[in-house]
Write a protein that binds this ligand. Structure first.
Ligand code: GLU
Length: 361
């Protein structure tokens, strides 16, 4: 067993998709940058399936993710399909672990039980809107008027728990603190806790939410760098706060939030709708929706070679700093660095990219 223990300073990255549908090209780019970084640094690349939100689970999505990445030539060292020392690699199979850790947060007073019903939560939102609050939140102030273990007498909380009443566990975000961390792409970023809400960490169906499971798994799987899309930047202060609350500051991974891939007009995140509107694929390979029987073609069906697709994705946010436009995967590994990833959104122009590749290959 000792042989498998990760060495100190070992680079370990993970690609952590949720099986909520087909993998979008933005997701493939995230996997690619993780892969390039891992190989360049002689590190390890792990696949983790984040399937804690059962209501959003789509049949066939996990298989599609694996097939797409295989077509792209991106390989993993550990994952649900490969096993490994830090498994299981599917979050739905790790439930017991999350229970242990969420209990620790409750015991140390960093998290609390909340028993509010949907109706009560809706009422809170309505009341706050009436009072002029634009985006109502369950937070340091509003929690004081809600039904939770901070406001109810201990006996009542115990009674509710032993009666198996529905509850969620929320983080107790403190007031007037600043959470700061250094992002490898954005530099120092800081957030005031007064703008952060008491996010749900754990639901009464026995499943953690993304935030809790993600942090616990990155810690237990000894992840050294979290490289993911910019849409996760607003969640990062909560993640940093969780590392601190568990006393894992020293093990906290470094963060790198990748710029968004923008549509050809540059006025929004590239979506499937943009692809439909302008006639280009947004998925790597054919997606067959088992439930609806709808088939959507990907880059592979449009005649792209995986090398060309990968080459094109590499340039969506990264730039080698010279004029070379065509790179093999080996060359990309050699040249890639997070320092050369830009901060601003990368506009995707399919026609231009396609013509460039055709003229050069
Ligand atoms: N499960 C998240 C997703 O679907 C992962 C975000 C992360 O990498 O932390 O993108």
């Amino acid at each position: 067993m000792g042989y498998f223990i990760v060495m100190k300073n070992q680079i370990r990255v993970r690609f952590a998709p949720s099986p909520t549908g087909p993998l979008h090209m933005g997701g493939v780019r995230t996997a690619l940058y993780n892969y390039l970084f891992a190989l360049k640094m002689k590190g390890q690349m792990i696949l983790r399936i984040e399937d804690t939100d059962q209501s959003r689970y789509v049949e066939g999505a996990e298989e599609y993710i694996l097939k797409s990445l295989e077509w792209c030539g991106l390989k993993f060292e550990e994952g649900p399909h490969l096993g490994g020392e830090y498994g299981p690699y599917r979050q739905s199979e790790r439930k017991k672990l999350y229970n242990i850790y969420v209990d620790k947060l409750i015991k140390s007073g960093v998290a609390y039980y909340a028993f509010d019903t949907e109706k009560e939560l809706d009422q809170m939102r309505v009341n706050l809107k009436k009072a002029g609050v634009q985006s109502p939140q369950y937070n340091q102030i509003t929690r004081q008027n809600m039904k939770n273990s901070l406001t109810l007498p201990v006996e009542e909380v115990d009674k509710k728990l032993s009666n198996n009443e529905e509850y969620v566990i929320r983080i107790k975000m403190p007031r007037n603190q600043t959470i700061k961390f250094k992002d490898k792409i954005r530099g120092w970023v800081s957030f005031s806790t007064n703008h952060l809400d008491d996010k749900v960490l754990y639901k009464s169906d026995g499943m953690p939410t993304y935030h809790l499971a993600n942090v616990i798994d990155d810690y237990l799987m000894k992840i050294s760098h979290v490289i993911r899309g910019e849409e996760w930047l607003p969640s990062a202060p909560l993640h940093v706060f969780l590392y601190e609350s568990f006393g894992w500051e020293k093990e906290m991974p470094e963060f790198a939030h990748l710029p968004l891939i923008l549509n050809p007009d540059g006025d929004g995140k590239l979506s499937k709708r943009d692809g439909d509107r302008l006639g280009f694929p947004v998925f790597p390979i054919l997606w067959k929706n088992i439930k609806t029987n709808v088939n959507i073609e990907g880059y592979r069906e449009k005649g792209f070679l995986p090398e060309a697709f990968i080459n094109m994705l590499a340039f969506l946010g990264w730039n080698p700093g010279n004029n070379q436009e065509i790179f093999s995967l080996e060359e990309l590994i050699k040249e890639f660095s997070l320092e050369k990833v830009g901060k601003s959104g990368a506009r995707y122009n399919y026609q231009k990219k396609r013509n460039g590749l055709i003229n050069n290959i």
